[in-house]
Design a protein around this ligand. Structure first.
Ligand code: NAG
Ligand code: NAG
Ligand code: NAG
Ligand code: NAG
Ligand code: NAG
Length: 458
């Protein structure tokens, strides 16, 4: 491995040398893009809110993230907005980049009846305006996390929760019941938009529609039976809560049992509308957690989603260990109750901000993750695509600019926000061009220097 640690790092100064040099990339086993099916989609994610800013320009109005939900998102369609995305999509196509598009439009009143209609009207505009050029539509991004952050813990828009749960001084909301109600409405809104797409647009536009769910990889804290069962239960809560209705038409039994009257029931008609209302399931997978059974949580007088799971979630410190990254088995098991039924699109990502462009941990992670995906495919997984998070360092929703997940570094001190490819960008680019990646792969790339905000000289 070429390390550049002997370069002197200068405080707050960016050094970027573009001389060609040999870069060695570590990867446990050899593989290449050509080992994947030709129609397997590789990409990289970005997000409108997290890169755009400009909440008040060109007639744009603040999204729920801009205002933390002080408006309800209703209003006439803004032609400038349409034009912006038209240009954006066309530019991507000119550069031979195919587009996957997430709608993700949620108003603060998700739990109010009527949301379904508004969401479908919004989706209709998107399908009509952009659908001729969009291959994958995802109705909601990380729907489960959105609901928990916004209605249970209250740390993300619309910031609702109730004591004793959630952030201090929560004044509006109900952590016990609203997450379940919001999720219910999101599933119905998804089904309604998907049905519109399938009936009105899919025939001519030939795209696919799905929804994205956040998926932890869960490991029992001990091998005790209770912890193994608790791990399955937490999977039923986190993933099954959304995916069971989509695949089977109803929530998992354990979720209904523990949430009791706080979780709404689907009518037969709703159940039929939701069941099968997707072409793919998107899984955003980032982190691993240990799960420990905790039956005492069920004895609490007031419970929220977390308490209903009757388990403790214990973070695995740091990023997912490399041996767990390359674990094709987990991609199979994450959706084992459903596998064989679903084409999947996975989004995975890795290391945090590191004041260097020489982001070897990210390269190793990509290598492990993509290698694991290949193992899973060879064993019959129905995975169809992989997107790294993220293309650029963006404003992370929970972490501002403290975390940087990008393949490209953005110099926020530069007025043009100049971008610099990290080593991971070179690696991914070479991989996508078909280079075999293996334990001793050396490839030519620009020499990568360091960005430093420290005074370290080593
Ligand atoms: C919560 O409210 C109390 C009383 O109004 C106030 O003193 C305290 O600073 C608030 N805490 C937070 C975290 O906002
Ligand atoms: C939350 O909703 C539940 C179920 O409707 C109700 O029993 C409970 O009193 C509500 N809690 C608050 C804080 O409003
Ligand atoms: C659980 O059992 C497996 C297989 O026997 C073993 O590899 C693992 O270390 C055990 N885990 C714990 C936490 O004891
Ligand atoms: C693939 O299947 C083989 C044989 O059943 C098994 O040994 C291996 O662990 C599986 N790998 C994955 C990634 O599931
Ligand atoms: C950046 O990553 C390298 C490699 O893992 C590590 O040694 C170094 O401490 C990291 N630097 C910072 C500032 O986190």
């Amino acid at each position: 491995m070429v390390t550049l640690s002997s370069f002197p790092l200068v405080s707050l100064v960016l050094i970027y040398l573009s001389a060609p040099g040999a870069i060695l990339v570590w990867c446990a086993e050899e593989f290449s893009r050509n080992d994947f099916p030709p129609d397997f989609v590789f990409g990289s994610g970005t997000s409108a809110y997290q890169v755009e800013g400009a909440a008040f320009e060109d007639g744009r109005t603040p999204s729920i993230w801009d205002t933390f939900a002080h408006d309800d998102g209703r209003g006439p369609v803004n032609p400038k907005g349409i034009e912006y995305y038209d240009n954006f999509i066309d530019e991507l196509i000119r550069n031979a980049i195919r587009t996957t598009y997430a709608i993700f439009y949620v108003m603060k009143i998700t739990y109010v009846v009527g949301y379904r209609k508004d969401f479908t009207a919004y989706a209709d505009v998107c399908f009509r305006q952009f659908g001729d050029r969009i291959l994958h539509w995802s109705t909601f991004n990380e729907a489960n996390i959105f609901v928990l952050g916004g209605y249970d813990v209250g740390i993300t828009p619309p910031g609702r929760c109730s004591p004793p749960f959630g952030v201090p001084n929560c004044s509006k909301g109900n952590s016990s019941s609203e997450p379940y109600i919001a999720a219910h409405n999101i599933l119905l809104a998804h089904a309604s938009a998907a049905s519109l797409y399938k009936n009105k647009y899919q025939g001519k536009q030939k795209g696919l529609i799905g929804i994205n769910i956040f998926a932890y990889w869960l490991v029992p804290y001990t091998n005790a039976t209770e912890d193994v069962i608790a791990t399955q239960r937490v999977n039923d809560f986190f993933i099954g809560w959304f995916v069971n209705p989509l695949v089977f038409g109803d929530y998992p039994d354990i979720v209904k049992k523990n949430a009791g009257t706080r979780i709404p029931a689907f009518t037969n008609l709703e159940s039929q509308q939701i069941k099968g209302s997707f072409d793919f399931l998107g899984l955003n997978h980032y982190a691993t957690l240990y799960i420990k059974d905790n039956p005492n949580k069920l004895k609490m007088d007031i419970r929220d989603f977390n308490a209903d799971m009757a388990a403790d979630m214990i973070p695995v410190h740091g990023d997912t260990p490399p041996d767990q990254v390359r674990d094709g088995g987990k991609f199979m098991k994450l959706v084992s109750p459903f596998s064989g039924l679903l084409p999947l699109v996975l989004i995975g990502q890795q290391t945090r901000r590191n004041s260097t462009l020489d982001d070897m941990p990210r390269v190793n992670y990509l290598c492990g993750f993509i290698g694991g995906l290949l193992d899973a495919l060879r064993n019959g997984s129905n995975a169809r695509g992989y997107f790294t998070w993220s293309f650029l360092d963006v404003f992370e929703l929970l972490d501002g600019y403290n975390s940087a997940f990008g393949l490209y570094y953005v110099d926020l001190d530069d007025k043009d926000l100049k971008r610099y490819p990290k080593r991971s960008a070179h690696w991914y680019s070479n991989f996508l061009k078909g280079m075999r990646i293996g334990p001793d792969t050396v490839f030519e790339a620009e020499t990568i220097s360091s960005l430093s905000q420290s005074h370290s000289s080593q």
